[in-house]
Design a protein around this ligand. Structure first.
Ligand code: ADP
Ligand code: MG
Length: 348
């Protein structure tokens, strides 16, 4: 199964400790973080240290399937439950019985399925599609997401009751750019790993200059992107050139981004006004006053969140920087629904 959790940053160190503590509890856990930061590795490590090791570890990507398919994948169906259901099929909840079910990209699950999932978590039972009989399930449910679920709740996209059911333990994985001290250990681990896979002959040793470049790069694709770069280096041998290209392509991406920014701003306006690409008309109208309030709230929220993050959530310091009273800041935090990235069981 997956690799150990590699890293020496505070974030990774605390995650390793947490994994040790949580693995034997079977408490539902949500792992938050950008794509490629290692959420799945953490889920695998939880499983490997739990008493459920040896039982199934089943993963399902909730973003990859349309609602109907995801439902039948999760809960299974009886023969004849719908057109095309020629055979009875067991769902992931049945397959994961006794083991672990990782619900990847949980933030993309529809509200209808969220309700069904909540029911399973509450009762430990579910009925496959087309079946009258409930099936018992004993699965440790882990979830991963790159969404801010609190934000999704405030926008009505995620059920609050499900959030509290799933989120007994919260693990927040920082983006790789915020923990550059993990880059060298990851390089060492994966270069050794890939060299072995290639027969042990293709050892490369990146120079100090290359390592410096790799530690200053901002890694939008996180560890997954680092892995790809290392594989390219191993195969092509041109470490310096590949490291330089990373920065060139970022420059190009930035140029493309600014060229596309006028289109993006149309998109941003549509999403701000909940128009979702619809043509403007008498039916799809909006009040300028409300739109202005939404825009101001959004910008205010971003600014306050930024200052809170920079001050490690020291609210009196933040209020001085923002030149507002402490009380005003607290009111804004509540009103705009601002919360620390990993608040709860696992303080960041
Ligand atoms: N801390 C880590 N230690 C070892 N491997 C890691 C670590 N973080 C990520 N990886 C590797 O990077 C790749 C992407 O990680 P993954 O867990 O799939 O990310 P996510 O689920 O957050 O998108 C995987 O091959 C994984 O093994
Ligand atoms: Mg993943």
């Amino acid at each position: 199964m997956g690799p150990p959790i590699i890293g020496v940053s505070d974030n990774i160190r605390r995650i390793k400790e947490l994994v040790e503590h949580v693995a034997h509890t079977g408490f539902n856990t949500v792992i938050f973080g950008e794509s490629g930061v290692g959420k799945e590795v953490i889920a695998q490590n939880l499983y490997q240290r739990s008493p459920r090791v040896g039982k199934p570890f089943i993963k399902i990507n909730c973003a990859a399937l349309p609602e109907g398919l995801l439902e039948s994948e999760l809960f299974g169906y009886e023969r004849g439950a719908f057109t095309g259901a020629e055979q009875k099929r067991r769902g992931k909840f049945q397959l994961a019985h006794g083991g672990v079910l990782l619900l990847d990209e949980i933030g993309d699950m529809s509200l209808v399925l969220q309700a069904k999932l909540l029911h399973v978590l509450q009762s430990g039972e579910f009925a496959p599609l087309g079946s009258e009989k409930d099936v018992k399930t004993d699965t440790w449910v882990l979830a991963a997401t790159n969404h801010d679920l609190k934000q999704d709740i405030s926008e009505g996209k995620f059920r609050e009751d499900l959030y509290y059911r799933l989120n007994i333990i919260k693990i927040y994985v920082s983006p790789l750019r915020e923990r550059p001290e993990d880059i060298v250990p990851l390089i060492e681990y994966y270069l050794a790993e890939y060299s072995t896979q290639l027969g042990g002959t293709d050892i490369i040793r990146p120079t100090q200059a290359v390592i410096e470049k790799l530690t200053t790069y901002h890694w939008p694709g996180n560890v997954r992107e680092l892995q790809n770069v290392l594989k390219r280096m191993l195969v092509l041998g041109e470490c310096e050139k590949i490291a330089d290209e990373l920065f060139e392509s970022t420059g190009k991406q930035q140029a493309m981004r600014s060229a596309a920014s006028s289109e993006n701003s149309a998109g941003a306006i549509h999403s701000l006004l909940d128009l979702n690409g619809k043509e403007l008309s008498g039916n799809n109208s909006f009040s300028l006053k409300e739109a202005k309030k939404k825009a101001v709230d959004k910008v205010e929220k971003e600014i306050i969140s930024y200052v809170l993050k920079k001050t490690d959530w020291n609210r009196s310091k933040a209020s001085r920087i923002l030149k507002v009273s402490y009380k005003t800041l607290l009111n804004k935090i509540t009103e705009l629904n601002i919360s620390p990235p990993g608040h709860g069981d696992f303080q960041q």
